[in-house]
Structure formats: structure tokens, C-alpha cells
Design a protein around this ligand. Structure first.
Ligand SMILES: Cc1cc2nc3c(=O)[nH]c(=O)nc-3n(C[C@H](O)[C@H](O)[C@H](O)COP(=O)(O)OP(=O)(O)OC[C@H]3O[C@@H](n4cnc5c(N)ncnc54)[C@H](O)[C@@H]3O)c2cc1C
Length: 371
């Protein structure tokens, strides 16, 4: 019986690892040509009950703790005029509730824990029928169970549901300041060791220190159209001019915030934020299932990677418990996954609503400090 996983993201790799730990082989087909072919983005915080639970089931919790950053849990929340609303600094002996980790380090940890040929790079999934997978390069492979772990724009999803991801109204520009301690020590002190959020009316700036000394900056524009990047006047092909335009879009904000934009290097990446309907389900179908963003794409407010990892781990455990009955394993997995990820999706949607609303900073403060 062949278990075939499409997508070597966090969810697909967690599944492959838990299967491996339980003595079950699986093959992962990934469209990227190698592990380093594409940047993996910034930091993730792994929650003790979900993402870290998955790492425990994968037998990798000690290795995870070795690369996790406790101080990454620090948080500063500000208003556009510079008012500091909340500052939480993590004590050195604080529990590792939500430590941060570089996404690339986490992915490398999972990749290194698998047998050498477990991931077949350069295989872009095209279609599947009657136990045969087709790839874009004309090659093919067989499967008894096909798991779609192919992310936000999943192609495998179409085998189970007609649901499509839709634009949330949020458009994000990602920038970054390399080696900030050396190049801009004043800005480094301002951002601190973890997450730095400035929430305005329909716009936000968040900065996040990464393990390699880079600070990633995300500029969000809420309630904007799907084609907003085309009409925004941001010249993405000319990074210096793009920074000038972005500073212009933050007119009226405290000059310390626009100084962060001015200090960025030439990485200027547009990211359009889409989601699947909250609570999406499908009738269980023998031979197919989905996990991670392919199953439940939600706003990027801290749950997606945690859910993807736990999906992978729990599907692996279900398959290990029913090695001769994949259909039963998939049903058991999907029942739990639908309930858990619907709750996470509802919570993420609520946070997204706060972020995109007028007076977002005060509402977020109330969210962090209820009562
Ligand atoms: C800006 C931003 C910030 C975020 N921050 C956080 C955070 O702080 N915390 C958090 O928990 N989540 C966060 N998320 C969400 C998180 O990144 C995702 O939920 C998570 O990566 C999903 O994992 P996955 O394995 O399902 O998919 P992915 O990590 O997207 O992996 C999918 C893989 O499938 C491959 N693939 C795609 N199509 C094919 C194909 N046709 N054939 C073969 N391979 C294919 C891709 O190349 C990729 O390697 C953030 C997302 C964004 C956009």
C-alpha cells in the first residue's frame, strides 16, 4: 500500500516523519527543485498544544527546543502616533508556550529527519486518477492513498471539493532589514527581541526579529481590492522607489516607523492574503485526503503552521493505528481535523476582523487584556 504525499511543506513533512517513526514508508513529491530553491519566509511561533505536540509525536521535540527562541515571544503593541499600549518581555525562565523558530530551520529539521530519498524534488503534481499520479514533467507514480499537502493553492483539493480560496481584502508588502544590530542599533532596540506591532486605521506595520539578525517587516493594507497591488503605485521592480512610495502611504505615522521602512534592503515582496471558507468539510473519499493550508487556509495570524503540523502528525498516527484500513484512518483523522481547524479558523477570522477594523490597536489591546 503506497502513501503518496504532495507537498514538502511543514504539514506534509510532519506526516512523512510520523509515518517513518512508526515504520511506514511514504513518498513526498515536491514541485520545488531543491530544499533551498525558494526562501521560506520568516518566523513562526509553535504553540505547546498544537505545533509542539506535533513535534513531540514526530520524536523531534528536543531538537525543536534547541533551535527555538524563547525571547521571540516578546510583544510590543503601539499606535501610529508612537503611543506604546503594551509591552510583554519574556523572563529567561518563562515556559516555552509559544517560542519562535525560523521557518527554514524548522523545515530543515523535518527534512533531515527523513530517509534520504523520501522527498522527490522537482515533481509538480498535475492530476490523479485510478491510482496514478501525473506530474508536470510527464512522469507518473502510483498511490493507494494520496494526501494533498500542497498549500494555499492546492491542486489536490479539486479532487475532494469545489471550494476555492478567496481574497480577504488584505494585501501585504514584505520587506526586511538585514543584520539590524550592526546596521541600525537604534531601530533594533526599538523593535526588541520578538514581535512589534503598530496597528492603525486600515493599515498596520509589524516587525519581527529573525534568528539570523534580520528583521522582517510586513506592511498590511486592509479592506483593499484583489488587484490593489496593480493600482497602488508601488513600483515593485524598483525597490528604492517602492520604499519611497510605501513611506508615502504611511504619511502621518510617527517618523520612527517610517524610518524602519527606509532602512530596508531591496527585498520588496507583495503578498495577497486569501482564505478558504471557515468550517470547510467534504464527504470522505477513499484514497484521498488533505491537510494544512490545502484543507483550511486561514488568515496569517499564528495558527496555520501549527494546524498543518498537527494535521500531519495526527494523520500519521491514524494511519499507523489502521495500517490495513486507510479509509477508516482517513475518516478518523478528518473528523477530528474538521472540528479542531474550524475552531482555529473562527478564532483567526475574529482576529483578522479586529486587525482590519477602525481602532484596531485598542481592540487588540482589549483582546490581549480582556476585562
Ligand atoms: C505572511 C505569512 C505569515 C505567516 N505567519 C504564520 C505564523 O506566524 N504562524 C503560523 O502558524 N502560520 C503562519 N502562516 C501560515 C503558514 O505559513 C501556513 O499555514 C503553513 O505554512 C501551511 O503549511 P502547509 O504544509 O499546509 O503548506 P506550505 O507550507 O505552503 O507547503 C506546501 C508545499 O507544497 C508545494 N506544492 C504546491 N503545489 C504543488 C504541486 N502542484 N506539486 C507539488 N508540490 C506542490 C509547495 O511548493 C510547498 O512546498 C503565515 C502565512 C503567511 C502568508
Amino acid at each position: 500500500m503506497t502513501i503518496t504525499i504532495v507537498g514538502a511543506g511543514l504539514g506534509g513533512l510532519a506526516l512523512a516523519r510520523v509515518l517513518h517513526v512508526n515504520g511506514i514508508d511514504a513518498v513526498v513529491y515536491e514541485r520545488e527543485s531543491s530544499r533551498g530553491a525558494r526562501g521560506q519566509g520568516g518566523m513562526l511561533d509553535l504553540h505547546s498544544g498544537t505545533g509542539q505536540r506535533a513535534m513531540r509525536e514526530a520524536g523531534l521535540i528536543d531538537q525543536f527546543h534547541a533551535i527555538a527562541r524563547r525571547q521571540g515571544q516578546d510583544l510590543r503593541l503601539l499606535e501610529p502616533d508612537g503611543t506604546l499600549l503594551l509591552q510583554e518581555d519574556t523572563p529567561d525562565d518563562a515556559p516555552l508556550e509559544r517560542p519562535e523558530v525560523d521557518r527554514a530551520d524548522l523545515r530543515n529539521l523535518l527534512l533531515d529527519s527523513l530517509p534520504e530519498h523520501a522527498v522527490c524534488w522537482g515533481h509538480a503534481f498535475e492530476s490523479a486518477d485510478n491510482g496514478l499520479l501525473q506530474f508536470a514533467d510527464g512522469s507518473s507514480a502510483t498511490y493507494d492513498l494520496l494526501v494533498g499537502a500542497d498549500g494555499a493553492d492546492s491542486r489536490v483539493r479539486t479532487l475532494l471539493t469545489d471550494a476555492r480560496s478567496a481574497h480577504t481584502g488584505q494585501n501585504v508588502v514584505e520587506l526586511g532589514i538585514p543584520d539590524i544590530d550592526r546596521t541600525h542599533p537604534d531601530l533594533a532596540a526599538m523593535v526588541g527581541r520578538g514581535n512589534y506591532w503598530v496597528l492603525g486605521n486600515g493599515q498596520s506595520l509589524s516587525a519581527q526579529r529573525n534568528g539570523d539578525g534580520r528583521v522582517r517587516i510586513y506592511l498590511s493594507f486592509y479592506n483593499t481590492a484583489e488587484d490593489w497591488f496593480a493600482t497602488s503605485g508601488i513600483p515593485f521592480g524598483d525597490p528604492a522607489a517602492a520604499r519611497v512610495r510605501l513611506i508615502d502611504l504611511f504619511t502621518g505615522w510617527d517618523s520612527r516607523f517610517t524610518a524602519l521602512i527606509a532602512a530596508c534592503d531591496d527585498t520588496v515582496l507583495p503578498r495577497s492574503i486569501t482564505t478558504l471558507p471557515v468550517g470547510l468539510t467534504w464527504p470522505s473519499k477513499p484514497g484521498f485526503t488533505l491537510l494544512g493550508d490545502a484543507a483550511h487556509l486561514m488568515p496569517p495570524v499564528g495558527q496555520g503552521a501549527n494546524m498543518a503540523l498537527l494535521d500531519g502528525a495526527l494523520l500519521g498516527l491514524a494511519l499507523a493505528a489502521h495500517p490495513d484500513d486507510f479509509a477508516a484512518a482517513v475518516k478518523e483523522y478528518e473528523r477530528e481535523m474538521f472540528e479542531r481547524t474550524s475552531a482555529a479558523g473562527r478564532q483567526s477570522a475574529r482576529i483578522q476582523e479586529i486587525l482590519s477594523s477602525p481602532d484596531a490597536s485598542r481592540k487588540m489591546l482589549a483582546f490581549f487584556q480582556p476585562g
